[in-house]
Each structure stands twice: as C-alpha cells, then as structure tokens.
Design a protein around this ligand. Sequence first.
Ligand code: SF4
Ligand code: SF4
Length: 380
Amino acid sequence: MPESRPLPTVEYKDFSRRLHERYGQRNRVIKAQLEITYRCNLHCLHCYTDPYNRRDFLLKELSLDEIKRILDEMAALEIVYVNLTGGEVFTRPDFFEIYDYAYHKGLLLMLYTNGTVFTRAIIDRLKHSPPFSIDISCHSVNEEAFDRFTQVPGSFRQFLKGMELLRHSGLPFCFKTKAMNWNKEEVPEIRRFVESFGQPFGFTTSLSPRLNGDLSSLEYRLAPEEIRRLERRELHVSQDDEPCQETSRWTASSTPERLYRCGCATNTIHISAWGALGTCTMQYEHRVSLRDYSLTDAIAKVFADVRARRYTTDSPCRTCAIYAFCDKTPTDARRELGDAESPVPYDCAVALTRAERIVNQSFTHPLRVQGATQAGPPGS
Ligand code: SF4
Ligand code: SF4
C-alpha cells in the first residue's frame, strides 16, 4: 500500500495574497461580484440599490437562464471567486437554483446578506454545500435604531434570530459594519456583539450616492473629524467593500494622468442586477451589457476603456499627494458634482485626516495646493 502523505496546507490569507499578486500582475480576472437582484425585504436609508427595489424595476433583472450563461462563461474563464450579492440574495425565489448551479461549477461562492431572512431550511441547505464565506451587514445592535434605519419594524428581531441560527451552524461567516452619523455612538457595542461570535470587528465609512443619482444617502456620512476619532479609538478599519480597493490602494498604478489609479480593470469585475458589466461596485462610467456582449468581449471592452481614461482637466486629483487614502470614485464625483474628474471636498477632508493619522505627518489640504481650481476647500 503506498504511503499516504498529508496534503500541504496554506493559510487562506497567504493563498489569497499569492493569487491576487500572481493574477493581478497578469491582469487576469479572478473575482466577480454578481448582483442577482435589487429586491430586498429591508429599505435601509443609506442603501444605493434600494431605489430599484420596486416591482416595475424587477422586470429588468437578469433571468435565471441569463445568470446561468454568465456563470458558464465565468467558469470557462477560470474565475475563482464569485460574490453573490443584491439587494438581499435570499429574496430571489430561484436563489438556490443559481447557488447550486454556481457551486457545481466549482466557483468559490461568497454571499452578502442582511442576515434577517435566515431560516432553519436555508441554513440546512447551505450546510449541505457550504459557501466560501457569508458576509453579514451589522450596522446596529439597538432594536429601535435598527428598525428605524431599515424602515421595517421587527427587522432587528429577525436579524437576531438569523444570527443565532448561524452561530451554531458551523458555516463560515463574518460581519460588515458601516459607521455612520446615526450609529457612531453604538460602535463599541456593535464591536462587542461581533466579537461575541468570535469574529474580528472592522468598519468602513464611505457612502455613495444611490444608483438613480439620489444624494440622500450621503446625509448619513460621518464628519471627517468623527472618522478620525473613531479610527483612532476602534483601531481596526476593515477593507472597504469595493473589491478593487482590496488590491489596489498600495499597489496599483500611480500614473498620475490615469482617472482610475485604483485596482479597477485588473482582476475584478462587477455585474449589476440588470446585466451591466463594470470593474467595481461603484464604477458606472464604463459599463457594457451582457445582454449584448459575451463575458470575454465585455471584459475586454470595459477594461480597455477604464485603462485608457485620463484626466483632461487640471483637477487637483491628478497630482494629489494623498490619493491613496481617498475614497473618491469617478462615478460618485459625477453623481455628486456633475464631473467625474472633480475632487469631492468631503473625500478630500477624510483623506487628509486619514493620511495624517497613518503617516503621522502634516499634508497640505489637496484643495489648497497651488493651482487647485476645481472647488473651494471645505469649511472643516
Ligand atoms: S439590507 Fe442591504 S440591500 Fe437591503 S436595503 Fe439594506 S443595504 Fe440595501
Ligand atoms: S483627496 Fe481630494 S484631490 Fe485628492 S484624490 Fe481625493 S478627491 Fe481628489
């Protein structure tokens, strides 16, 4: 009988880092975010997809057959990770048809959910063919505040029920918290809740305009000084949700003329619930419909467009010394200020406090640098 030898093991963080380094350099797509619906049982006030969570818009969403075709193409391209997201993924009636199809293609599945719709049946089904990870939004652990912000009475109790089912399931999960002006005092309590599940706590702070251009979600932003205080106090800041930022901030091209100096158009794609392919969740400047193009052709076209895009104005972003600390995206700038190249004063102020905290030195405010003409410095 041949001698059995144990398979070598590797820590996930090392595996993931190597994969990103290897394929990031080759500009090969390894990760896809697939919004399977804008439908959701909640209506969070900061949610960018919520305006399209309406019956008349649901008719525009990708059909099961279209999603299967896209998953076939992803598998053929040897994409490794597929993040199924929404809306709320479990509200799609054919969710498990999509899930099982992707699972049997060998794709590593990551699920984003609000955690309020778990039932014993859903948990058992997932245990039968477990996902790679489940990310749960956790923006409050206060019943009154949670229900007010989701605009659905009883949603907090549903969330707690879901978390108790998950706690004992053995499924891999973690929490995502967005710190905003309405929950900032709660952050230590949220942290304790998250840590009670044996999970590390982290939070993000960036908010984007809604997909239909409505800016009301920005009302929930923290003031830059509050972000500074919170980041100091709570120490650990998680990676932003946007996939491009995972690989990008410190490694991507710093060619100053490039409009996208993040990781956009390297190794990640994003597909909207209506089938529009882009390079990340918040990139809507360059999209191609997968109803008109194959996945391969869509990636080639969109990546070429994004990589070719250069600043054409004397925007301060072009020469900004602290851009690596900045959350600005061209799409957010267009929605907020009407111009993808324009600096976003709020993002400038946050980037400045972040850069000074992390690098521990003073920087000139990007909008006060000589020649900065796009917008006046914010009052803060
Ligand atoms: S749970 Fe998520 S998808 Fe649903 S409304 Fe809230 S933020 Fe939007
Ligand atoms: S900090 Fe301001 S100027 Fe610099 S990249 Fe961000 S938005 Fe542009």
